[in-house]
Ligand binder design. Structure first.
Ligand SMILES: Nc1ncnc2c1ncn2[C@@H]1O[C@H](COP(=O)(O)OP(=O)(O)OP(=O)(O)O)[C@@H](O)[C@H]1O
Ligand SMILES: [Mg+2]
Length: 393
C-alpha cells in the first residue's frame, strides 16, 4: 500500500553536533542532496536512504533508539517534511518524488496522524475533539449523526475515556490529552494512520492495556498504520512487522518473532531484549544447520536463514531464556557446557544466572524457583534452533 524508496533527509549540521557520525562526505550515501563542496561535512543525514513497504491492514513499526530518524521518516511520509531524496507512493499515487519534483501537500494525502507533540482543541469538549474531523467532512462523505456518535464512543472506549465525553478537553491530564489525540486519528478510519509514540505519556499499566486495545481495533477495522516507538516490548506486542532503525538506516525488517529470534545484526540483537554474544568460527554447513567452534568447543546452530562459509567468523546471539541451567547433566550432549555460577539476579517473574564457562560468561533466564547460589557447579544446554548467527560487525 505504502512504498518508501531511497528516502533521505539531511539537515545543515551545526558545529559540535552529537551526530557527527552521520555526517557524510560529498558523494556519500543518501545522494541527491545539494552539497557544498567547500564544506564536505556540512550536512547530517537524519534519514540515510531507507526503503520499506507497508501492506494493507498491517501495523508496521519503526523501532529504534532516540535520534535514529523515526520521526523524520514519519513526517516525510506525512508530507510535513520535504525529504532530500527518494520517493513515497500510496498504491499507484505518487506523493513525493525528489527527482520529478512531486510533493503532495500534507492535507491532500488524507492520513490520520498522532504526533509526539500532540495538540488538542482546548475550546472543545472531549466528544467534540473526537467528532470534529468527521463533522467537517464534505456532506457526501460524512457519516450520519448516529454513526458519528457510535464511532466517537467506540474511539473513546478504546482510549479508556468513555465516561469523559462532555468534559472540556483542557481539564484532562497530559496522558489523557495524548489519548484524545489518538482517538481523533482513529475516528476517521483513514487509509493510513501515522502514529508517533502515541502511548509515550502514559503510565506503564495503562500503556500495557492500551497496546492491546489499539491492536484489537486496528485488526478489527483492518486499519493500516505506521507506528513509531523506541519501546521494544511495545513494538513486539503490536506490530505485524518491525523495521529496526539505527543512525538513519534500517538494519532489519521482519515479523516480531523473526527480529527477536533471528536478529540480522548485533545492533538488532542488542537493542531488542538481552543476548549472549559469543565469537565463533564456522566449521561446516550441513543443510540449514551450521557447526561452529567457540573458545569452549563446538556448538550447532539449526535452521539458519543465512549460510555462512566455512572459516567465516560469526557472532552467536543466544537469548538468556534459551539457556537451560541445571545441577544435573543433560542427557543429550548437543550444545552442552559445564561451569560455575558466578552471580544471580532475581527479576520478579524470572531469575537470571551468570555462569562462567572457561573464559565465557553465559547469562541464563529461568523460572524463579530455580535459584542456584554463586559457586554451584552447573550444566548448561542450548537448543540448536535457539542459536542465531549474526555477522561480525
Ligand atoms: N529540524 C532539524 N534540524 C536539524 N537536525 C534535526 C532536525 N530535526 C531532527 N534533526 C536531527 O535528526 C535526527 C533524527 O531525528 P528524529 O526526530 O527523526 O529522531 P527520532 O528517532 O524520532 O528520535 P526520538 O525517539 O528521540 O523522538 C536527530 O539527530 C535530530 O537531532
Ligand atoms: Mg521522534
Amino acid at each position: 500500500m505504502l512504498t518508501v524508496e531511497s528516502l533521505a533527509k539531511s539537515y545543515e549540521s551545526t558545529a559540535g553536533s552529537p551526530r557527527r557520525s552521520l555526517a557524510r562526505r560529498l558523494g556519500g550515501r543518501g545522494s541527491g542532496a545539494q552539497e557544498d563542496p567547500a564544506a564536505p561535512q556540512a550536512r547530517v543525514f537524519a534519514v540515510d536512504g531507507i526503503d520499506f513497504e507497508v501492506h494493507d491492514g498491517e501495523l508496521f513499526t519503526l523501532l529504534g533508539p532516540s535520534g535514529c530518524g523515526k520521526t523524520t521518516t514519519l513526517r516525510s511520509v506525512a508530507g510535513l517534511e520535504r525529504p532530500t531524496a527518494g520517493r513515497v507512493r500510496l498504491g499507484e499515487r505518487v506523493l513525493f518524488d525528489a527527482d520529478k519534483g512531486v510533493n503532495l501537500r500534507a492535507n491532500r494525502r488524507g492520513f490520520g496522524m498522532v504526533f509526539q507533540s500532540y495538540a488538542i482543541w482546548p475550546h472543545m469538549s472531549v466528544f467534540k475533539n473526537v467528532s470534529f474531523p468527521l463533522d467537517v467532512m464534505p456532506r457526501i462523505k460524512r457519516p450520519d449523526r448516529r454513526e458519528i456518535e457510535e464511532r466517537v464512543q467506540q474511539a473513546l472506549e478504546v482510549i479508556e475515556l468513555g465516561g469523559y465525553a462532555s468534559r472540556p478537553a483542557t481539564k484532562l491530564s497530559g496522558g489523557q490529552q495524548q489519548r484524545l489525540a489518538l482517538a481523533r486519528a482513529l475516528v476517521t478510519r483513514p487509509e493510513l494512520m501515522l502514529l508517533d509514540e502515541p502511548l509515550s505519556n502514559l503510565d506503564a499499566k495503562l500503556r500495557e492495556s492500551m497496546r492491546f486495545e489499539l491492536k484489537r481495533l486496528q485488526r478489527e477495522l483492518s486499519l493500516t498504520a505506521v507506528y513509531v516507538t523506541h519501546d521494544q516490548s511495545e513494538a513486539l506486542v503490536m506490530s505485524n512487522r518491525i523495521a529496526v532503525m539505527n543512525e538513519g538506516r534500517i538494519e532489519q525488517i521482519g515479523k516480531p518473532r523473526e527480529i527477536y529470534t533471528r536478529p540480522a545484526t548485533r545492533f538488532v540483537a542488542e537493542f531488542i531484549g538481552t543476548s549472549n554474544f559469543i565469537e565463533a568460527d564456522v566449521l561446516e554447513v550441513q543443510g540449514n544447520d551450521v557447526v561452529v567452534e567457540t573458545s569452549q568447543g563446538r556448538l550447532v546452530a539449526a535452521n539458519c536463514p543465512r549460510k555462512p562459509a566455512p572459516g567465516e567468523k560469526v557472532l552467536l546471539s543466544i537469548r538468556p531464556e534459551s539457556v537451560d541451567v541445571s545441577e544435573k547433566p543433560h542427557t543429550d550432549g548437543t550444545n552442552t557446557w559445564s561451569g560455575k555460577v558466578r552471580n544471580r539476579a532475581f527479576l520478579g517473574d524470572a531469575i537470571d544466572h551468570i555462569t562462567e564457562v572457561g573464559d565465557l560468561k553465559v547469562r541464563s533466564r529461568s523460572n524463579p524457583s530455580v535459584s542456584l547460589a554463586p559457586g554451584t557447579e552447573v550444566h548448561l544446554a542450548i537448543a540448536p534452533e535457539k542459536v542465531a548467527l549474526v555477522p561480525v560487525d
